[in-house]
Design a protein around this ligand. Structure first.
Ligand code: OOG
Ligand code: NI
Length: 457
């Protein structure tokens, strides 16, 4: 049986999603154009960058790189979503509890996990599950539960194809095409709400995110995010192109050696929707949910590096919190930069202090094997037999994600839920544990070191 490679399936899916979202939200198309322009500028200004991206096998993915986000309503939706993404070799990595930031969801990201798959196409979907138990009003919660219990977000044809892929270990050409088509449909926008405007308002007053999940027939993709090589330039140019960015870039400040993930977005659009009418038919209304985002990724941090990042970010935010209207954006960025002077900013220091993950490879095996025999890793590096390149951070940041959610929910919705993180209930719904991303990075680094050492044995 000839199966379509999962890398191809994922690339086709990512590209079909992008085409659909461009048609649904034209401003996303403008954002892509802007990112392409910036990336071309950066590459032509830095001839060395292209080579270094190529040497890390990361050049091809730049043009196709994106992530998206969806919000699900029920445990069963999450379980089936895991099976759907697994067909494209995307697996749940990481657990993010957003309730600590006043957002009633917890999340994971479905993404490829192997090095080869990541460099071929790293498409990821940040997937949140509504924590419906956080709706305080009993009647409203029951109404929401019964609406979600009766909606059907996966078509029968899609469910059959997921079964088939699981049983056969893949899909042939024809099935793969159908699969992509039906899978993309799950994330399509439905402008006809499944609630009347009164119920919508009630849900909205509990939390805007609850209304977004409960009032519609499916988990519409709420943003797709292209990757840029210079997010500060993107933030600067967006207004010139008529796109209003959020107040500040989320994540770490600009650095020589970029770490983790930096993100900016344009605000969610107010869109026309139709609400059910008690007397039959629909009435016009509006809903705000979908937006656009740009990201720039840097090196993955070890738990020690992540702890330092969290500490410096917390110190900054204790001094100053970015205001939604952008009035203190410069002061916030300055404070962030000041705190982060404590974060080493050369790759060698990040490596020696074990703050970040690296991929090690032979510099020129044919010539130098004899000279490196029996050396340890540091000696091999010093003698130029082994080189190291950053392992890219493929995941998300809860504080940043909260900032993105909030700027799109209108910022004023900062509500406080008294709840606790509940990874085990999330995993129960998911039907599997989430994968620990530190372990993935660590494994990649260790394997690459072992390969080098074996060569010089
Ligand atoms: C997800 C927000 C989080 C990111 O890039 O951190 C996110 C959402 O709004 O559903 O996409
Ligand atoms: Ni995002």
């Amino acid at each position: 049986m000839n199966h379509v490679p999962t890398d191809t399936l994922r690339a086709d899916f990512s590209s079909a999603m992008s085409t659909m979202y461009k048609a649904e939200v034209p401003l996303y198309g403008d954002l892509i154009d802007l990112v392409i322009d910036i990336n071309n500028n950066v590459l032509s200004d830095n001839p060395g960058l292209k080579e270094s991206l190529q040497s890390g096998n990361n050049f091809d993915r730049i043009a196709h790189e994106r992530h998206g986000a969806i919000r699900l309503g029920t445990e069963h939706e999450l379980l089936t979503m895991r099976r759907l993404f697994a067909v494209m070799d995307m697996h749940p990595v990481g657990y993010y509890d957003l309730s600590i930031a006043g957002i009633p969801v917890h999340s994971t990201a479905f993404r490829p996990i192997e090095k080869k798959a990541l460099s071929s196409n790293p498409f990821r979907i940040f997937t949140s599950l509504l924590r419906i138990e956080l709706i305080e009003d009993n009647t409203l919660r029951q109404q929401a539960e019964s609406l979600l219990a009766t909606r059907k977000i996966f078509s029968d044809s899609l469910l059959i194809l997921i079964d088939k892929a699981e049983q056969q270990g893949g899909l042939n050409d024809v099935d793969a095409n159908d699969f992509i088509r039906h899978a993309v449909d799950v994330f399509r926008w439905h402008d006809k709400a499944s609630v009347d405007s009164e119920l919508y308002e009630q849900l909205q007053s509990q939390h805007r995110l609850i209304a977004d999940v409960v009032s519609f027939k499916g988990p519409h993709i709420n943003h797709l995010t292209p990757a840029t090589l210079d997010i500060d330039q993107a933030q600067y140019i967006m207004p010139q192109r008529g796109i209003t960015p959020k107040a500040v870039v989320e994540g770490p400040p600009k650095r020589h050696c970029p770490i983790l993930l930096r993100q900016t977005s344009f605000k969610a659009l107010e869109e026309n929707v139709k609400f059910l009418k008690a007397s039959g038919g629909y009435e016009a209304g509006s809903h705000t949910a979908r937006f656009g985002e740009i990201e720039q990724r840097g090196i993955a941090l070890t738990p020690e590096g992540q702890a330092l990042y969290d500490k410096l970010l917390t110190l900054t935010r204790q001094k100053i919190l970015p205001k939604a209207d952008g009035s203190n954006a410069q002061q916030y960025m300055a404070a962030l930069e000041t705190e982060f002077t404590q974060f080493p900013d050369t790759y060698n220091e990040l490596r020696i202090k074990k703050l970040a993950y690296f991929y090690y490879s032979l510099n020129d095996p044919a010539v130098q094997r004899e000279q490196g025999l029996g050396m340890n890793l540091e000696q091999l590096i010093t003698h130029g037999h082994v080189a190291y390149t950053p392992i890219i951070y493929e995941d998300f940041l809860p504080v940043s994600a909260a900032g993105i959610f909030q700027s799109n929910l209108g910022d004023k919705d900062t509500q406080h839920f008294t709840t606790h993180s509940n990874q085990s209930s999330f995993e129960k719904a998911l039907g599997s544990p989430v994968i620990d991303f530190f372990q993935l990075y660590q494994q990649q680094e260790s394997d690459s070191i072992q390969k080098c050492l074996d060569f010089f044995q």
